[in-house]
Design a protein around this ligand. Structure first.
Ligand SMILES: C[S@@+](CC[C@H](N)C(=O)[O-])C[C@H]1O[C@@H](n2cnc3c(N)ncnc32)[C@H](O)[C@@H]1O
Length: 343
């Protein structure tokens, strides 16, 4: 992983491109904020019905790796195996030196043209398009980590030194951003793929700055991975034995991987370990043309599992129907976000 020097960020209100990702410590003014965060677009969830809003869009282009496994084994890819494939594949992209790879893929494409082999040229063009798209989505737009959108979604919670439970934690990004905003507590990550703890989280850059709050002064403070108290549990969420002991339960990109028959169970995972009055925070990818194109072009990288793209109305209705009170909801860059409480 390409690291940035710990001391390169000396000022707040800064953004900077590294070869693998963007750093974004900017605060936003009202005009900018409205460009990438739209919150509370639904005023009364009881007025929505499935017949008005329809069901989510299902992504049906799958990774070659999944298709090959299923052909060889004559059965559907089991969920756990699909996540192990996804996590390895996705992580490879986070650690790329993107400008160097754009250069390399461009050269490979032009070289392929000189050999007059259409299959090779098609593959080289595909590689070039994918790295350009990744550059735009993750590095230029910062749509995947989206720290400003996430900070907007997470702000204003009534918690002190919270215990946070992150379900399906992967590399843990969002819980670290939350912990920076509400410092001094403890965060428990849960993911049943050991690669997430040992590689995705372990290799998450120590230099990455999370903008949060200074507990002593109430002013701003930058935190890094090692500043947080994190316990990483490698296990199935269904095996957890916690009581109702967490102030915040978080998941990012979980609900949309389950068909309707399992949605109630997934919502229940979030309610089960919550203290009375605690917060549930969930995000899911938005249904929008650019997301449909992204999952089409990046199918080999991303699509090992069942996946839906949904609107905030659809996401909210799943939560409302399953007994949550929605406090804040809306769009950040590429995800829907909801802050809720159990009824
Ligand atoms: C789509 S990922 C979350 C998105 C994440 N932000 C990322 O960057 O990949 C969902 C994660 O949940 C984990 N997961 C899915 N089902 C699980 C379960 N039943 N128990 C524990 N972890 C689970 C997967 O291993 C995967 O790492």
């Amino acid at each position: 992983m390409l690291e940035v020097e710990r001391n390169t960020i000396t000022e707040f209100s800064e953004t900077e491109l590294t070869p693998s990702f963007r750093i974004d410590l900017r605060e936003y003014n009202e005009k900018e904020y409205n460009k990438f965060v739209k919150l509370n677009t639904v005023s009364d969830w009881s007025q929505l019905s499935w017949s008005q809003i329809g069901k989510p869009y299902e992504v049906t282009s799958f990774a070659r790796e999944k298709k090959e496994w299923e052909k060889e084994n004559q059965q559907d890819l089991p969920a756990h195996t699909s996540w192990t494939m996804f996590n390895r594949s996705f992580h490879e992209w986070f650690v790329k030196d993107v400008p160097a790879e754009i250069d390399q893929k461009k050269k490979a494409f032009f070289n392929s043209l000189t050999r007059f082999k259409p299959t090779e040229t098609k593959a080289a063009l595909g590689d070039f398009v994918r790295i350009q798209l990744w550059n735009y989505a993750h590095r230029v737009e910062d749509g995947i980590w989206d720290p400003r959108g996430k900070r907007a979604l997470f702000e204003g919670l009534d918690v002190q030194k919270p215990r946070i439970l992150f379900l399906g934690a992967a590399e843990g990004y969002e819980a670290m951003q939350l912990s920076a905003m509400y410092p001094g507590g403890e965060t428990v990550f849960v993911d049943y793929d050991p690669y997430c703890k040992d590689t995705r989280f372990a290799e998450f850059p120590e230099s990455y700055p999370f903008l949060g709050v200074n507990q002593l002064t109430g002013g701003k403070k930058v935190y890094r991975k090692s500043d947080f108290e994190i316990h990483y549990i490698v296990d199935d969420i269904r095996n957890l034995t916690f009581g109702q002991e967490f102030d915040i339960i978080l998941s990012v990109g979980m609900l949309e991987h389950f068909p309707d028959s399992h949605k109630a169970e997934v919502v229940e995972w979030h309610r089960k370990f919550l203290k009375p009055g605690g917060y549930i925070i969930m995000t899911t990818p938005r249904v929008q043309l650019k997301s449909k194109l992204y999952y089409e072009i990046m199918a080999d990288v991303m699509n090992h599992t069942y996946r839906e793209l949904m609107s905030i109305e659809q996401m909210g209705l799943y939560l409302y129907d399953n007994g949550l009170d929605i406090l804040r909801s809306g769009y950040i860059k590429v995800h829907n976000g909801i802050v809720a409480k159990a009824k």
